[in-house]
Ligand binder design. Structure first.
Ligand SMILES: [Zn+2]
Length: 167
């Protein structure tokens, strides 16, 4: 049903060899199960990982096999779903033979750049989730606000010093 071959998105991708109907459970996201701490230790300096965090927040699948080869797209034709601790990729719509199977990674919990090259007109430019990007923007805004506050405080301090000097 699936073939792996070079992808214009990134290195290799997974392609439909036969038509896939909307809702089909296509492939399980498999791999060793590790803790988030182990994942951090193993992949701290890695540019690209194939980690999938389960809803329990305590388990990460270190993806290997077909599902891990599936690329990210901002206009996905597949979606990921966790069912009783197992993770599956489902078809979001009918998929034609020859189409690359892609899902929205919705990355989170990291700050390393993860630029997206999916080529979709709706591309958001990053593989991070909208929620995570919004959180990062709010955090950056708070950081900028603190910088502004401290630069306002500096002239005030100078003035104070000046007053002391002239007293
Ligand atoms: Zn994109």
């Amino acid at each position: 049903m699936l073939v792996v071959r070079p992808s214009p998105i990134h290195s290799v991708g997974v392609y439909a060899a036969k038509p896939i109907r909307k809702g089909t459970r296509i492939v399980e996201y498999t791999g060793p199960r590790i803790t988030p701490e182990e994942a951090d230790r193993l992949y701290q300096n890695s540019q690209r990982t194939y980690l999938y965090g389960l809803e329990d927040g305590k388990t990460v699948i270190d993806g290997e096999g077909l599902a891990a080869y599936m690329n990210h797209s901002c206009s996905p034709n597949c979606e990921v779903d966790e069912i009783k601790g197992r993770v599956w990729l489902f078809a979001l719509r009918d998929i034609e033979p020859g189409e690359e199977l892609v899902w929205d990674y919705n990355l989170y919990d990291d700050e390393a750049p993860a630029p997206c090259h999916c080529g979709s007109p709706k591309c958001r430019g990053t593989m991070y989730s909208r929620e995570w990007m919004a959180r990062m923007r709010r955090r950056d805004a708070r950081k900028r606000e603190r910088v502004r506050e401290s630069s306002r405080r500096v002239p005030a301090l100078h003035q104070e010093n000046g007053n002391h000097a002239s007293a």
